[in-house]
Design a protein. Structure first.
Length: 100
């Protein structure tokens, strides 16, 4: 973070991470931490994020990962229901063609 935000980081946080930052980064995991860093680089902010802001950026990444990890439900095919819907559709189309 000091490389990205230079003196703004060291003035606010010092040169050694606090225990709270270290514990949070460990809890976030490597991928989530990297994504949060990339997020703030792309954002182009002059001032470094607070710990809650940094954690939130990593949390958004974890949410995206979790959304794609959920198993997709396969729709249940009901032949009788499908036939009934098809018949309704045919009737509707026939009614439309006879009206014009």
């Amino acid at each position: 973070m000091a490389e990205i935000f230079q003196q703004f980081w060291t003035n606010a946080q010092g040169t050694v991470p606090t225990d709270m930052w270290a514990q949070t980064l460990l809890a976030m995991g490597e991928e989530s931490t990297q994504e949060a860093i990339v997020y703030f680089i792309k954002k182009g902010e002059k001032y470094p994020p607070t710990l809650p802001e940094f954690y939130a950026a990593g949390y958004q990444y974890r949410l995206r990962q979790a959304r794609y990890a959920l198993p997709k439900q396969t729709p249940v095919f009901d032949r009788d229901k499908s036939k009934a819907q098809l018949e309704l559709l045919k009737k509707s189309l026939n009614m439309c063609s006879t009206q014009h």
